[in-house]
Design a protein around this ligand. Structure first.
Ligand SMILES: NC(=O)c1ccc[n+]([C@@H]2O[C@H](COP(=O)([O-])OP(=O)(O)OC[C@H]3O[C@@H](n4cnc5c(N)ncnc54)[C@H](O)[C@@H]3O)[C@@H](O)[C@H]2O)c1
Length: 341
């Protein structure tokens, strides 16, 4: 059987839906496996061009790898609050689910495996800029599960299995499965909805950022990179490091000619995460470099906002933790009432 399919776990998500579209544009055949926590509407315009399988990586069926040449593994609980909400599910999905998919790949001869890890693994340190050799300091169940998965994947490296770990910075930019809970997206949305950008904890914490299109392109670049250059390697994926206060003012400046924006700085408890990362390794080793600036992304989000596509910013589906809480609540209620009608 020809192996010509790219399987994307989490392909209906914020990053995954952008990635799937790009893969199609590059002429790839795509299979998506996703639990569809947020539905499948992000894939609506390409629905007829992909194979979409509703499924959970915790029960990943190895037959899904038939005809697959590369797995891009993005399916997971995707932030700290969701992981804290259900640490057991977080460990089962983010660590054990990753290992289940990876072990199936190794058994079935699917060599290339790209993994959506996170710069959150670096946790808290402010005196230096972390390259991939820097010590890690996970501050949450989420980042610990990503680190455990990276280590697990590294232990599987062999002539037949080539995992590549992308430590993605906090992502920004527009996706059909929009997340308004990511810092640059939140600030842009708040500026639009209330003429005000809120900066919490005085905004003196550092955060590395990268655009969603660059993240998608990076997974594709890792698929295309020679195995001997990337096998078992960890790469930071960052466009630029920002202090959150600086980011707030910068986004206000981008928008200012169109709308006057107040930057509202709130003081109080310290952020537990603050880190800067170096992104040189990926370009030195593979030639790939993130290109999209916050300015580009804010401008395109701004256009979408003005198109009237989004009016209800309070809808929990845009905020991962709010949505997961709602789903659990509904699950409990449905147990009591059975079918709704
Ligand atoms: N967005 C960011 O800033 C960021 C930063 C670093 C790393 N990451 C990682 O990138 C990946 C994608 O993040 P995103 O922002 O697109 O998040 P997202 O929540 O929008 O998408 C995650 C997708 O995975 C699916 N999923 C969750 N659990 C699953 C399971 N058990 N089985 C199958 N599918 C499952 C969800 O239904 C969803 O479609 C995640 O692994 C996340 O941890 C994201």
């Amino acid at each position: 059987m020809a192996k010509d399919i790219v399987l994307v776990t989490g392909g209906a998500g914020y990053i995954g839906s952008v990635l799937v579209k790009k893969l199609l544009e590059k002429g790839e055949k795509v299979r998506v496996v996703d639990k569809l926590y947020f539905g499948d509407s992000a894939l609506a315009d390409i629905r007829g061009k992909i194979e979409l399988k509703a499924g959970d990586v915790r029960q990943f069926d190895p037959d899904l790898l038939d005809g697959v040449k590369c797995v891009m593994h993005l399916g997971s609980l995707s932030n700290d609050p969701t992981a804290e909400f259900d640490p057991k599910a977080n460990k089962e999905i983010n660590f054990e689910g990753t290992m289940r998919v990876a072990e199936a790949c190794k058994r079935k001869g699917v060599k290339k495996f790209t993994f959506a890890s996170s710069c959150a693994i670096y946790g808290f340190h402010v005196d230096d800029i972390a390259d991939e050799d820097h010590s890690t300091n996970p501050q949450s169940e989420y980042s610990q599960s990503k680190l455990d998965a990276e280590n697990g994947l590294r232990s599987l490296v062999s002539a037949a299995f080539c995992p590549v770990m992308l430590r993605q910075a906090t992502v920004f930019g527009f996706s059909n499965r929009m997340r308004w809970d990511l810092v640059a997206n939140t600030m842009t949305k708040d500026a639009f909805a209330s003429d005000r950008i809120h900066v919490y904890c005085a905004g003196d914490n550092w955060r590395p950022l990268v655009d969603v299109n660059d993240v998608a392109e990076a997974h594709i670049a890792m698929m295309q990179a020679p195995d001997d250059k990337v096998k078992g390697q960890v790469f930071n994926l960052v466009h630029k490091n920002y202090r959150i206060l600086e980011l707030g003012h910068w986004i206000a400046e981008i928008i200012k000619p169109k709308q006057k924006i107040e930057v509202n700085v709130l003081f109080g408890s310290k952020e537990s995460r603050s880190y800067r990362v170096a992104g040189d390794k990926i370009s030195q080793v593979t030639g790939f470099e993130p290109k999209v600036t916050v300015e580009d992304a804010v401008r395109s989000i701004w256009q979408v906002l003005h198109s009237g596509r989004y009016t209800d910013f309070t809808n929990p589906i845009y905020y991962n933790i709010e949505w997961m809480k709602l789903l659990v609540d509904m699950e409990q209620k449905l147990k009591l009432i059975g079918k709704v009608f």
